[in-house]
Design a protein around this ligand. Sequence first.
Ligand code: THU
Length: 169
Amino acid sequence: MDFFSAISNMKEITHQTSFSVYDSKDELPADVRGLMDEAIAIRKTAYAPYSKFRVGAALILDNGKTVLGSNQENAAYPSGLCAERVAVFQTGAIYPEAKIVKMAISAASDTNTTTSPIPPCGACRQSIAEYEFKQGSDIEIYFMGETGTVYKSDSLKNLLPFTFDKNFL
Ligand code: THU
């Protein structure tokens, strides 16, 4: 069979994701607006002397508790940790039986004003995915910059298609 007559069975898969877009946090449902306000407040505790980039994360659990996190940097740069993972790992440690229902994230720079929604990094997406698998239910994720538009994802899966999970082990 020569090159030109080779038959390919290649197929294409289309993967669709969708987000809700709010023009500002004022448009959010009252409970989420409150959660975002907590993310904004805890953002100020970020230890970010190197990047000057502050992130706050606030989680509401099915037991009614709120867990907060901010990014914590280190002179050995990779030893630092993002706000989302500080909050999610803290949840696992303090309330190991609880389910995370909603997560609000706000990111701001000391050097410029962030106005577009700032999503969690890839490593945080993978970490959040673990908790969706563990708890067997979706986590609503709301994210924004310092001001402006807020994106909402109904599940981490919109942010990380083809997630690696324990079923592959
Ligand atoms: N950071 C977060 O806290 N969350 C993210 O999803 C992206 C990045 C932090 C890590 C580091 O302290 C700073 O932002 C700059 O990357």
